[in-house]
Write a protein that binds this ligand. Structure first.
Ligand code: MN
Length: 192
């Protein structure tokens, strides 16, 4: 049986950028629904005791959509922190400067990609196989786990992630997201 991890902080810890109400709905209701559905779908199948990545790589559409959403959210919470650094850590900061000229330019690009991710999905910062940073838009639950790209940072573009706080204003949600990015986590992903 799959059980979601605890949040790495209190639900109100990201205020005023992400509200407690948004976190409650997102973590308690939306994420729980993916786990409940996943557990229902894998019951008495070959996937029952496998891990999420195995399920993602080997199961059918309905099962892997839920497994993927479970995986995406488990790590999405870690992309944010109540005690963010003002600027990225040294290694990731070097790459951002090299590939995007400046942090401000990177932020603008990332937000622009995200605003233009049509429908529901996730936006990813990855390191491609040539060690270059790349921003990717994926629809629905899809993620770049099945590529050789290293996943560094990602953000939930489903409306449930921001509609309570920001209504239809995706851009201001992402501006807020930038205020709470966990650069320690991003840097750790880079050095892995
Ligand atoms: Mn979500």
């Amino acid at each position: 049986m799959f059980i979601k991890s605890n949040l790495p902080y209190e639900k109100n810890a990201l205020e005023p950028y992400i509200s407690e109400e948004t976190m409650s709905f997102h973590y308690d209701k939306h994420l729980q629904a993916y786990f409940d559905k996943l557990n229902l779908l894998v019951k008495d199948t070959e996937f029952e005791n496998k891990d999420l990545v195995f399920i993602i790589q080997n199961s059918n559409w309905w099962i892997f959509n839920n497994a993927w959403q479970a995986w995406n959210h488990e790590f999405f919470w870690k992309c944010m922190t109540p005690n963010p650094k003002k600027t990225p850590d040294w290694e990731i900061s070097k790459l951002i400067d090299r590939d995007f000229w400046s942090f401000e330019n990177f932020k603008e690009k990332f937000i622009d990609f995200w605003v233009n991710n049509f429908g529901s999905g996730w936006t990813w910062l990855v390191l491609d196989t040539n060690w270059k940073l790349e921003i990717l838009n994926y629809s629905n639950a899809w993620n770049p786990l099945d590529t050789n790209k290293k996943i560094l940072l990602w953000v939930d573009v489903w409306e449930h992630a921001y509609y309570i706080d920001r209504r239809n204003d995706r851009k201001s949600y992402l501006n807020n997201f930038f205020e709470v990015i966990n650069w320690d986590f991003v840097n750790k992903n880079l050095l892995k």
